[in-house]
Design a protein around this ligand. Structure first.
Ligand code: BV8
Length: 247
């Protein structure tokens, strides 16, 4: 872990009163949730076009549901790690601290973060394709769950490719990115839009950009500082450096 990047991140965090975090699948990798595009990631088992689109669900709801059923069962067995908990602590310490996440695992909330904008929905939510019925939780709903109210298929409460993001979430996310002085980009390859454009917006409004990612990403060229390590260790290391500054 590069000490100078950790130190620079700590100095900027110590000074900031408006911070935005943009997190992706790498935020949860060390909790045991496979990322999408890393070598043994989720997409290596299923192509997004086959699974994470309304057309795929329309074509073969059973096949798509099995993939989500497997992911829900996995999510039921894991929890947030020290990196998630660090962000929840920093929210207490910094006036305006908002987490914008592409993740659907709910781990930021589970770690205690209050101000979380979830751009792509939640894996622990299902909703009916035929009426307004919704169900929270990670119970195993079997291979072909149907609505208890109207009998139609239940679908995961997530945003698929080609679907619009939740009304208001995108606006709130860009507001947070535009007003922040410091944007922490954690665990995202920067491939998926419009989430990836948050960094451009923050930069255009003068924010400093810190990337926390063991690998280069599509966003690395926009970062002022790159902490090339896993976030589970990097975030506590930045915190420890921050405390040393204060002492
Ligand atoms: C939209 C929920 C308007 C589902 C997800 C053509 C037609 C239609 C749309 C498009 C099109 N072309 C482009 C688009 C836009 C499209 C898009 O971006 N496509 C991409 C593939 C090019 N976007 C959309 O469709 C969005 N909606 O635009 O609406 C519209 C509508 C119609 C037509 C036009 C426009 C909706 C996108 C939401 C898709 N849903 N998830 C599910 O999960 O099943 S996206 C899904 O993939 C995840 O939620 C996540 O957001 C994304 C994966 O990205 P990352 O999080 O970045 O993860 P990745 O694995 O890629 O990277 C992990 C990183 O972590 C790596 O860099 C790795 O190095 C790092 N890492 C690993 N370990 C660690 C680590 N970092 C730190 N610590 C570690 N330990």
């Amino acid at each position: 872990m590069s000490d100078s990047a950790i130190r620079q991140a700590a100095v900027w965090l110590a000074r900031a009163s408006r911070v935005c975090v943009s997190s992706g699948a790498g935020m949860s990798a060390e909790s045991g949730i496979p990322t999408f595009r890393d070598k043994d990631g989720l997409w290596s088992q299923a192509r997004p076009e086959e699974m994470a689109t309304p057309e795929a669900f329309e074509r073969d709801p059973h096949k798509v549901w099995e993939w989500y059923r497997w992911r829900r069962a996995k999510l039921a067995t894991i929890g947030p790690h020290a990196g998630h908990r660090m962000l929840a602590e920093w929210e207490e310490r910094i006036d305006d601290f908002v987490v914008v996440t592409q993740n659907i695992d709910g781990l930021h909330h589970a770690a205690g973060s209050q101000k979380v904008i979830e751009l792509h929905g939640r894996l622990d939510l299902v909703r009916c394709v035929g009426c307004t019925y919704e169900q929270q939780g990670l119970d195993d709903l079997g291979p072909e769950p149907h609505c208890p109210q109207c009998g139609a298929w239940l679908r995961p409460g997530v945003v698929w490719f080609g679907e619009l993001l939740p009304p208001g979430a995108l606006e709130a996310a860009f507001d947070a990115a535009r007003r922040c002085e410091l944007l922490l980009v954690i665990g995202t390859s920067g491939v998926v839009q419009p989430a990836a454009s948050l960094v451009d917006a923050a930069k255009a409004y003068g924010a400093a950009i810190i990337e926390v990612n063991p690998n280069p990403s599509e966003l690395s060229s926009l970062a002022d500082v790159c902490v090339r390590s896993g976030c589970k260790d990097a975030l506590p290391a930045i915190d420890a450096q921050w405390r040393r500054l204060g002492s």
